[in-house]
Ligand binder design. Structure first.
Ligand code: FAD
Length: 494
């Protein structure tokens, strides 16, 4: 069955019945249809790809989402969930004929249960609000993407987002207890439960990281953690990336699991210092490491000493430590602002997100440097060093014809390096529209086919976020044709 594509192929007044149905569910002010207003939604954080959607709808409740999705299902309309639109893989990139279901109005904290260490939120709640809601009681929500002051919990669920504190405490999936979902036929389904490890299939785990292709999360129960007794951040500089990489390997090898361990290279250090001007990061360093240690006071003190010894062994010239919350926040401020600061280095930048085994850090970074020279584009490196999650920022100018294509080719070469090193094409930003053509670099035909069976069980018409995550002939040409796409629905191919 081909999608009816009513917005593209039919005259405007024939859309009216559908728009009226949407308006009956969310009111007139819950449907955005004017072209200039739709511009807001034409891209996510990967702003080099843009497409205006046909319509945007703004529900407030699970029941409204279910009604909207049913209307899409009955009319064969493709739809895409969108949270805050900060995704970096084009996951919420609209399609011309599609409806965007935006969760911005689903922004209520529904229940806080500190005794059971749980909080129930709507998907449009901003990540940082969760910690703010429970910090008075001495708790926090561990997954903390650098975008935490703007990204939504629904987007975090869909991307299985990570962050600075995910090295020790795990990524989003490790903190989701249960979900209320609307499946692509408009059914309301509950998965997971109040206790961990529920019997039966782990549908919560399946949904987390599914990038909006299996349905839309409308209520989320998250687990929260007690703030540790003691926290210390060590800031150390290095005269080579290799030395910083070796320090990372030795810290983990010594049995220390820092709450977070982040690295920035010289280009990123200077961008951050130019923009934030904190004076904390030595401008002449080849790399800096930020190591956060937490736990009981005695444990933190012991580990701090060990980390300092290891950094000294690898030639660190300056080591500063911070225990008080204000200085710790200042140390982290630069790292958290690193992506934004890259905007100071060039008109545009293309962020890649790959994973490598920690021990390969120095080798892969040297190869990235060689690729940067070969392609003629500067690459700034910021990464979650503790878990080998690289974020090369390729600097370019999108107004110069042809540069985006060259930068995309460089990005793909970098991801190939990651796979060859035994890593992955995504650590936390997801596949989306950006990397769906690269899935065959990592997965066999049988692997991808199995994933398609899962997607079809939830999304048989292919209406939920079509064209994302998996290669299709439409988006990937030969790359997709090389795969057996017998399991794809025709909806993907339109
Ligand atoms: C400056 C900056 C720093 C960042 N740092 C990090 C980082 O440290 N770690 C990290 O992991 N990411 C990071 N990101 C990426 C991004 O913030 C995360 O992927 C985030 O989870 C996206 O949330 P969002 O609300 O913006 O989702 P969107 O961009 O709106 O959507 C992302 C995906 O989620 C789907 N989706 C949205 N809501 C729902 C829902 N309720 N149900 C089902 N699917 C849904 C969409 O269809 C889409 O596929 C960063 C981004 C920026 C701009």
């Amino acid at each position: 069955m081909l999608l009816k594509n009513i917005f593209k192929s039919q005259p405007q007044d024939e859309w009216k019945p559908v728009i009226e149905q949407f308006e009956r569910v969310v009111g007139k002010d819950g449907v955005v249809r004017r072209k200039e207003e739709l511009l807001t939604y034409e891209s996510d954080g990967l702003a080099c790809y843009r497409q205006r959607p046909a319509l945007v709808v703004l529900p407030r409740t699970t029941e409204q989402v279910a009604e909207l999705v049913k209307i899409c299902h009955q009319n064969d309309l493709p739809w895409i969930a969108r949270g805050a639109g900060t995704g970096l893989s084009g996951g919420a990139l609209p399609i011309e004929e599609g409806v965007l279901i935006v969760t911005a109005r689903m922004n209520r904290i529904l229940d806080t249960d500190v005794e059971n260490r749980q909080i129930v939120v709507q998907p449009g709640v901003i990540n940082n609000w969760v910690t703010q809601a429970v910090s008075g009681a001495g708790f926090y929500y561990a997954p903390d993407p650098s975008s935490q002051i703007i990204c939504s919990i629904g987007g975090n669920i869909a991307e299985n987002s990570g962050g600075v504190h995910c090295l020790k405490y795990g990524v989003t999936t490790n903190h989701v207890m249960s979900l209320r979902l609307v499946t692509p036929d408009g059914s309301i389904v509950d998965v997971g439960g109040e206790v961990p490890e529920m019997p039966g299939y782990d549908l919560t785990g399946l949904f987390v990281g599914s990038e909006g292709t299996l349905g839309i999360a409308t209520e989320v129960t998250l687990s929260i953690l007690k703030v540790p007794e003691n926290i210390c951040v060590v800031l150390a500089d290095f005269t080579s990336i290799e030395a910083a990489g070796a320090a990372v390997t030795d810290i983990i090898g010594a049995g220390i699991i820092p709450a977070g361990m982040e690295m920035m290279d010289n280009l990123s250090i200077n961008a951050v210092e130019d923009v934030a001007g904190m004076g904390y990061y030595p401008r002449d360093a080849s790399a800096i490491l930020l190591v956060e240690l937490d736990g009981l006071e005695v444990e933190v003190a012991t580990n701090k000493q060990r980390v300092i010894e290891i950094c000294n062994k690898h030639g660190s010239r300056n080591i500063t430590t911070a225990n008080d919350p204000q200085t710790r926040a200042k140390f982290w401020k630069g790292r958290k602002a690193a992506f934004a600061a890259a905007g100071h280095l060039s008109p545009d930048y293309f962020i890649q997100d790959g994973v490598i085994p920690r021990t390969q850090l120095a080798k892969v970074l040297t190869e990235i440097e060689a690729l940067s020279e070969k392609f003629g584009y500067r690459v700034a490196n910021v990464f979650h060093a503790g878990d080998g999650n690289l974020h090369p920022l390729i600097l370019y100018d999108n107004s110069v014809e042809g540069q985006l294509e060259e930068v995309e080719a460089l990005g793909r070469e970098i991801l190939k390096l990651c796979v060859e090193a035994g890593g992955s094409i995504s650590g936390e930003h997801g596949i989306g529209a950006d990397k769906n053509c690269f899935m065959p670099d990592m997965y066999s035909e049988a692997d991808l086919e199995t994933m398609q069976y899962v997607r079809q069980a939830f999304n048989p018409k292919g209406l939920a976020n079509p064209g994302k995550m998996f290669p299709t002939p439409r988006t990937c040409g030969e790359a997709a044709n090389a795969q057996n796409l017998a399991q794809s629905t025709e909806a993907d191919l339109y």
